[in-house]
Design a protein around this ligand. Structure first.
Ligand SMILES: C[S@@+](CC[C@H](N)C(=O)[O-])C[C@H]1O[C@@H](n2cnc3c(N)ncnc32)[C@H](O)[C@@H]1O
Length: 398
């Protein structure tokens, strides 16, 4: 039977461990916070939405969906703020049935069960606060909110939006986990109830598969007028999700779309090199809009070098809350880069550490890609990264 290895991360969202990859999916620092800091804040979606009403996103390694969830949350924050500014009550009059924002997310992951469980995982601090915390946990929580100065929590609508798209994919194996007592503290019980109603009353209650209609019929009628009004801006959103359960290389080979934002959240290059190769990045180049941006948490010199060699301009992601560089962006339009690679970063890419992974036919096994990389590194004449770092420090007196 499929086993889950969940834990609560420090912002109250659930993280997972993968025994297969012997790696964690999410840092204990905060799964949701991490998604915001590494992908959503640097993407600067609100700026993008001021000029565009259509966004296409590619979420590579969807997992339990934190990047897509944070993305949707951020879009809703924008729509709600705008709706308040234009007087919420008149939304129906202004837009009628016209959807103002068209959002398309193409999510890819090899793990079907996790992807289908994604709407249900607890992901907000309020839930965390309701749990009994030890003295130490409380201290960590306080320190973290001080540290991030942000309070990321997901709107309920985000989970409903996802569930609405995934409800028909949820099979018995997924339900066994969802309804199992063993994992119950990690799932949002309210959403499970909602799912049961949605799934097992289908046809009777929902005239068509539509979230707003559903909210109206079941949930909506029990909620306050204030919340009903608050939900109105949701009508402006035309949200579509395509979930591919596949190896990302194969899914993208047959995909004709181009994207404005690509979130690349694979396990580290040493664990999952097949999604960090020059050849995969060349494939991503074909899928990026001219004004598009690929975002990833990796700071690796080999990853940056592979992006450069695939034809991208490459820059860094800077997190103001942690005052650190926390990842890499790859773009076609150089003006989109906010933080350029430094002389040190560029030098490091010319050492052995900058030797990237290869997978010409885009179907190599991770072990084979690792072995080839090891061979390339051992037979290279480039200087080692440690020697380079030593020399760089000496020259710059640091
Ligand atoms: C670090 S986790 C991603 C976490 C995710 N973004 C989230 O919010 O939960 C890495 C994911 O990569 C998936 N994966 C591993 N190899 C893959 C491949 N070749 N193609 C697609 N997905 C892959 C795993 O199933 C796992 O869900």
């Amino acid at each position: 039977m499929y086993e889950l290895y969940p834990y609560f991360t420090n912002d109250g969202s659930v993280g997972l461990y993968s025994p297969e990859a012997d790696d964690i999916y999410h840092s204990t620092y905060g799964a949701l916070t991490e998604a915001y800091e590494k992908f959503i804040i640097p993407a600067n979606l609100h700026e993008f939405l001021k000029k565009n009403s259509e966004i296409k996103v590619l979420d590579i390694c969807f997992g339990i969906g934190y990047n897509t969830k944070s993305f949707l949350n951020n879009i809703l924050e924008f729509i709600y703020t705008e709706a308040i500014a234009t007087n919420n009550k008149n939304i129906d009059k202004i837009y009628g049935d016209n959807k103002k924002y068209k959002i398309f997310v193409h999510a890819i992951d090899k793990d079907k069960i996790l992807a289908n469980l994604s709407p249900f995982f607890i992901s907000d601090k309020n839930n965390f606060k309701n749990n009994k915390l030890s003295f130490k946990e409380e201290k960590i929580q306080r320190m973290l909110s001080e540290y991030t100065k942000q309070n990321f929590s997901l709107k309920k609508e985000v989970s409903y939006l996802l569930l609405d798209k995934l409800v028909n994919n949820i099979d018995l194996e997924t339900e066994n986990l969802l309804f199992s007592k063993k994992y119950s503290e990690f799932f949002d019980r309210r959403l499970i109830t909602f799912y049961r109603l949605l799934k097992y009353n289908k046809g009777k209650i929902i005239p068509e598969h539509n979230l707003i209609a559903f909210l109206h019929n079941i949930y909506y009628k029990y909620i306050s007028l204030r919340y009903k009004n608050a939900l109105k801006p949701l009508k402006l959103l035309d949200f579509n999700l395509k979930l591919d359960i596949d190896d990302a290389r194969q899914a993208l080979k047959i995909d004709n779309n181009t994207y404005n934002f690509v979130f690349l959240d694979a396990f580290t290059p040493a664990k999952c090199p097949c999604l960090w190769t020059l050849d995969f990045f060349k494939l991503l180049y074909e899928h990026l809009e001219p004004n598009g941006m690929i975002l990833t948490y990796s700071n690796s010199a080999a990853v940056r070098n592979a992006f450069l060699s695939a034809g991208f301009y490459v820059g860094k992601i800077f997190s103001e809350s942690s005052n650190k560089f926390t990842g890499t962006v790859a773009v076609k339009d150089k003006s989109l880069i906010k933080y350029e690679l430094s002389e040190y970063d560029l030098g490091l890419m010319k050492t052995k550490a900058g030797i990237f992974y290869r997978d010409e036919n885009l179907n190599g096994l991770n072990e084979a890609i690792i072995n080839r990389h090891k061979h390339d590194t051992e037979n290279s004449d480039l200087i080692s990264s440690s020697k380079y770092i030593k020399e760089f420090r000496r020259k710059n007196d640091i």
